[in-house]
Write a protein that binds this ligand. Structure first.
Ligand code: CA
Length: 228
C-alpha cells in the first residue's frame, strides 16, 4: 500500500483528497502547514508527497527544496496559479510534477499513478544495475542467482556460486584461502582450507573453457584472484 503525504492548508481540499486516496487504496495523511509538512516528510518514508505551493509558515517551494536536500521522495506540487514561473520554479526546486488548482481528482490520481510507476521502474532498473556483477564474459545476476558465460547459463551449487561471487566482487584482490573459507563457508578457524582448493577445482571445471587459461588464477601459497 503506497503511503501519501498531503501538505495542504485548505481543509476541504485536503480532506477530499485524503478520502479519495484512501478510497483508491492508498494510505494518506494530512499536514496542514509547511512546517508540519516538512517535519513529516523528513521523519517518515512516503511513496509520494502532494505539496501545495501557497502554505502558511513555510511555502511549498521552500518545503520542496529542503526535502530535496535529504530525500528523493516523489513530489507533486499543487499550485493555484497557472503561471509558467510557478511551474518552472516548482520543478526547479525539485518537484517531479505539478497540477494546477482547481483540478479534477481523476487527473491528480492519474498523475500520481504515473509518477509512482515511473519511480518504481527506476528503482527496479537501479537495483538491477547494482545486482549484476561481471567479469570478462561472466555475469552474475545476484537477484535470481543466475550465472552466465556469454549467453550460456552455468549451473553452480550454492558453494560454487558464493565462491565465484566472492572472487568476482573482488577483482584484482587476492583472496586468501582462509578469507574465502570465512566468506563462503562462514568458518572462523583454520579447518581444512583445502576445501577451498577442491571447490575452486569444481568451479573451474564448470566455468573455464577447455584449453584456455582459467578465469581464476592461483596465487601460490596464498589463495586465488581474478585479474582484470
Ligand atoms: Ca494553500
Amino acid at each position: 500500500m503506497s503511503k501519501i503525504l498531503i501538505v495542504e492548508d485548505e481543509k476541504n481540499l485536503s480532506r477530499f483528497v485524503e478520502l479519495e486516496l484512501r478510497h483508491e487504496g492508498y494510505e494518506a495523511q494530512i499536514a496542514k502547514n509547511g512546517r508540519e509538512g516538512l517535519d513529516l516528510a523528513l521523519a517518515e518514508d512516503w511513496d509520494a508527497i502532494l505539496l501545495d505551493l501557497m502554505l502558511p509558515e513555510l511555502n511549498g517551494l521552500e518545503v520542496c527544496r529542503r526535502i530535496r536536500q535529504v530525500k528523493n521522495t516523489p513530489i507533486i506540487m499543487m499550485t493555484a496559479r497557472d503561471s509558467v514561473i510557478d511551474r518552472v520554479s516548482g520543478l526547479d526546486h525539485g518537484a517531479d510534477d505539478y497540477i494546477v488548482k482547481p483540478f479534477a481528482i481523476e487527473e491528480l490520481l492519474a498523475r500520481l499513478r504515473a509518477l509512482l510507476r515511473r519511480v518504481d521502474l527506476e528503482s527496479k532498473q537501479n537495483s538491477a544495475k547494482q545486482t549484476t556483477v561481471t567479469y570478462r564474459d561472466l555475469t552474475i545476476e545476484k537477484e535470481n542467482r543466475v550465472v552466465r558465460r556469454g549467453d550460456e547459463i552455468i549451473e553452480l551449487t550454492k558453494r560454487e556460486y558464493e565462491l565465484l561471487l566472492a572472487l568476482m566482487e573482488n577483482v584484482n584482490v587476492v583472496l586468501a584461502r582462509d578469507v574465502l573459507l570465512k566468506k563462503v563457508w562462514g568458518y572462523e578457524s583454520q579447518i581444512e582450507t583445502n576445501v577451498v582448493d577442491v571447490y575452486i577445482r569444481y568451479l573451474r571445471n564448470k566455468i573455464d573453457r577447455p584449453g584456455e587459461d582459467s578465469y581464476i588464477q592461483t596465487v601460490r601459497g596464498t589463495g586465488y584472484v581474478m585479474r582484470s
